[in-house]
Structures are given as structure tokens and as C-alpha cells.
Design a protein around this ligand. Sequence first.
Ligand SMILES: [Zn+2]
Length: 186
Amino acid sequence: MTQTSNVRVPEILTEHQDWPLSAAQSLWENVRQVHALEHATIWVLSEQTQIHLGGASTDRGFFVHGQVDSGDLLRAAHQALRRLNQGEERLAVHPRCGTNLSVGMVLTAALSLGVSMFLPRRPLPQLLGAAAAAYTSAQVAGELGAMAQRHLTTSMPRNLEIVGVKTLTDWLGRHSHFVEVSYISR
Ligand SMILES: [Zn+2]
């Protein structure tokens, strides 16, 4: 049995003992931190301009779609990170986040299904039931979405650092920006 001692353990396995779970967890944790920074940056920019901006986060950084100068964006991202680090937690939650949209969609679907099962199968009660379901979910989705953002899809930055901004142009000539981040190792 001396041969087995020569077997080399792949480096990725030695780095993450219980890989792939811990690797997936740290990836998700990184995306949550970037997502908080994305929201905070969009908040800071919206304090300066009326333009509606969209965003999307990855573990390497976040995209910002819309008319914004890359220098302004970089300054806003630095200010956002500083303010998050100083404890302005509300900046991490944004009302126009995709999380709210998905929470709203799931809620509307669940309520509509529940309502249509319990109401008489005639068209009018069904229609009124569907309207009530849509109304109810519209009322509570924002609050639930904010809660989901706070606890699930964002996390206060702990070891984030901003690397820079890249401007990208798609095949239709539309510009978007990518704010690149890195992680300070501890
Ligand atoms: Zn979001």
C-alpha cells in the first residue's frame, strides 16, 4: 500500500477542505457584499442625479446600466463603500432591486393559486380573487423584498475594496460600466 502515499491531492481540495460547499458559500457571500455596494452606489448617484440606473452584481464587481459618467460612478462607489463601512445599512437595500421583483412574482403566483382554489369556480369571484391577490402582494411585496434583501441577498461589506471602473459597449452601441472589486485578505 505504499503507492497511495504518492497520490497528490488537487490543490483546490487542500485549499477548501469541504469543497465544493464552502467554495459556493464564500462565492455567495462575496456576491452579497458586492450587491450591497451596488445598491449603495446607485443610492449615492440618485442623490446627485434624477437618471434611473440599473445594476447587476457578480463576485468580481457590479454592472451599472444607464447614462452615467465613469468618473462620477467611481467617486460614488468609493463614497458608497465608505458610508456602508461607517454603518449606513439602509444604503444596502434598494426598492428597485430584482429581489423585490422575484419576491413579488412568487407572492402573486402563490396568492392567486390559493385564491382560485378556495373561491367558487365562476368567472366573477375568480376575477375579483385574482385582483385581490395582485393588490395584496403589491402592498406587501416591497416590505418582504426589503427583508429578503437585508437577510438573504445583501451583506454589509467586510473586506471589499474598489479596483476601478471599466466602460463596456454592447453590439447596439449602448454603454454600461463595470465596477471591479477585490477582497482584502485577512
Ligand atoms: Zn439588487
